[in-house]
Design a protein around this ligand. Structure first.
Ligand code: NAI
Length: 328
């Protein structure tokens, strides 16, 4: 089985090459370019493509992949909001993903962002390097005995809930389904979560009904001085409304690992480029905002689990078996 691997970074190649040795049926070719309509035609002659979070797997790309004879899309990530699933179904292209590789990797990063934004670590680091040992502007607040509001208590949200619980926080949550493993969590309505939380962390998927979940109206319902963390998907937060809220001093701090404009930036070095328009740059101009570039998943354990599951997904397809990892 020949798989064309898009958007390859050195660490992907290293991780996949290490594991593919155990799968003699699989041959991998690596491309640096990401998957989009123009690069999709390179898949001719392959059995499958392997794509990632910022790949454009919309209608046009699927059309080209279908013409190239591709019958399998291997997503080496959990989210699938960038895939036109209806079109895939129409062409009989199966889409397999990695639903959970290391929920703790993302949850730990969410807490890292919350702590760093709260205690202004990004500012403190620079200040000390400049021999400025004053504490002006660095005041934070204790998480101990504060309320953590978790939106979406699936694998990552549950891990974040456990971390917050370990910090001595009261943990409340909103989800369309309750997670029976979280007996220390109180489930509340979304509005109640907004009103009561000192820290809100987003862990639900991006779907039509969660698009711009955080907007002017929902921000207005939040407690003043709340910390908002988003490690899920950028589209959950309406950036312009977030900026308005930050200007209105609604937020104590904001930590974002994902944001609406990220697609072109994710995993690229654009430091020599002149940004013509960027709401992200506007966000970064605020002292209480900390942004990282979709690195929540980026731990050794998570990368190993991603490559292992992706290759197992390919084998499942090869054997013509059903898979719980299939996006339907
Ligand atoms: P999951 O599927 O285990 O959990 C998602 C939870 O959200 C489920 O409990 C579901 O019932 C809930 N949910 C669905 N609709 C909702 C709604 N309208 N309101 C509230 N909750 C709702 O997914 P998992 O593995 O926990 O991942 C969550 C998200 O994290 C993914 O969708 C992905 O976008 C993001 N992610 C980010 C990464 C990063 O590197 N920053 C890496 C991996 C995932």
């Amino acid at each position: 089985m020949k798989i064309l691997f898009y958007d390859t970074k050195a660490y992907d190649k290293e991780s996949f090459e290490k594991q593919v040795a155990a799968f003699p049926e699989i041959e991998l070719d690596f491309l640096e370019s990401d998957l989009e309509p123009h690069t999709a035609r390179l898949a001719k002659g392959y059995d499958a493509v392997c794509a990632f979070v910022s790949s454009d797997i919309g209608t046009e790309t699927i059309e080209v992949l279908n013409q190239a004879g591709i019958k399998l899309i291997l997503l080496r990530c959990a989210g699938f909001n960038n895939v036109d699933i209806t079109k895939c179904r129409e062409y009989g292209i199966r889409v397999l993903r990695v639903p959970g590789y290391s929920p703790e990797a993302v949850a730990e990063h969410a807490m890292a962002l919350a702590l760093a934004a709260n205690r202004h670590l990004h500012k403190a680091y620079v200040k000390v390097r400049e021999n400025d040992f004053s504490l002006n502007g660095l005041m934070g607040f204790n998480f101990y005995q504060k309320v953590a509001g978790i939106v979406g208590t699936g694998k990552i949200g549950a891990a974040m809930a456990r971390i917050c619980h370990g910090f001595g926080m009261k943990v409340i949550a909103y989800d369309v389904y309750q997670n029976p493993d979280l007996d220390f969590v109180e489930y509340v309505s979304f509005d109640e979560l907004l009103a009561k939380s000192d820290l809100i962390s987003l862990h639900c998927p991006l779907m039509d009904n969660t698009y711009h979940l955080i907007n002017r109206e929902t921000i207005a319902k939040m407690k003043d001085g709340v910390i908002l963390v988003n490690t899920s998907r950028g589209g959950l937060v309406k950036t312009d409304d977030l900026i308005e809220g930050i200007r209105a001093r609604k937020f104590f701090a904001v930590g974002l690992d994902v944001y609406e404009e990220e697609t072109k930036n994710v995993f690229e070095d654009r430091s020599a480029e002149i940004m013509e328009h960027s709401t992200t740059a506007r966000l970064l101009s605020f002292p209480n905002v900390m942004i990282t570039s979709h690195q929540g998943f980026f731990t050794e354990e998570a990368l190993a689990a991603i490559s292992q599951t992706t290759l197992e997904n390919a084998m499942t397809f090869l054997r013509g078996e059903e898979s719980g990892n299939e996006v339907k």
